[in-house]
Design a protein around this ligand. Structure first.
Ligand code: DC
Length: 218
């Protein structure tokens, strides 16, 4: 029997950093599902696909090959780990993630990759759609200001200068879009445990989740 941890929450709530650390600690396979939506968004820009033309989007989904290995992301064999984090991709990824056909393909892939493994997946719909029967469901939240602050720092560490106000308005726009779409909107599963990380450092959040993993593992 596999062990499944679902980590959902809005952009910048710390999902990926924390999920990676918990994965390492408990030898779980980590799946960054947001990166999968980003890879499709990247490909639609690369190929000039009009997102309002569903036939073209479906063509793209049928042709593209996406792959993940050792923290790196590949589209048609090319490493696009940096490209999928650019503001251009971030600006359209919510729109891509709202397309039903895209979600069907990626949810199917997420289930296939996870089959028979002990996994931790982070996203928006893991506990509500992808794995409704996950062993442990976490819903991470933090204030928009705190999340924007973290993102700016993240960018800074990568040598990219981003204005706090721009990042904050992008975060608020994306939350709104992700929470109000028809297809699998961002929402807390009834049986998820909510953790507000606004006033917690990363180690503290990992400690809280570790306790929950240990309680739920057996
Ligand atoms: O976590 P992220 O910022 O990399 O996610 C990118 C986008 O993908 C985000 O706007 C919401 C969407 N997403 C989704 O709809 N479902 C998921 N399971 C993961 C991400």
């Amino acid at each position: 029997m596999s062990f499944i941890v679902a980590v959902d929450g809005p952009a910048g709530s710390g999902k990926s950093t924390i999920s990676k650390m918990v994965a390492k600690k408990y030898k779980l396979t980590y799946l960054d599902t947001g990166a999968m939506y980003r890879m499709i968004a990247f490909t639609s820009i690369r190929d000039g696909v009009d997102l309002d033309n569903i036939d073209k989007v479906v063509d793209l989904l049928n042709k593209v090959s996406i792959d993940m290995k050792n923290d790196k992301f590949y589209v048609d064999g090319k490493d696009v780990s940096l490209e999928i984090r650019t503001p251009e991709v971030t600006a359209i990824v919510s729109k891509v993630a709202a397309i039903k056909e895209v979600r069907i393909k990626l949810v199917d892939l997420q289930r296939k990759i996870s089959k028979g493994k002990d996994v931790i997946l982070d996203g928006r719909d893991i506990g509500t759609v992808v794995f409704k029967d996950a062993n442990l469901k976490i819903f991470l939240v933090a204030s928009p200001e705190e999340r924007a602050k973290r993102r700016v720092l993240d960018f800074k560490n990568k040598g990219i200068d981003e204005k706090f106000e721009d990042v904050l308005s992008e975060i608020i726009r994306r939350d709104e879009f992700d929470s109000n779409r028809n297809e699998s909107p961002l929402k807390k599963a009834e049986d998820a445990i909510e953790i507000d990380t606004s006033f917690m450092n990363i180690d503290k959040v990992v400690e809280v989740i570790s306790k929950l993993v240990e309680e739920n593992k057996n």
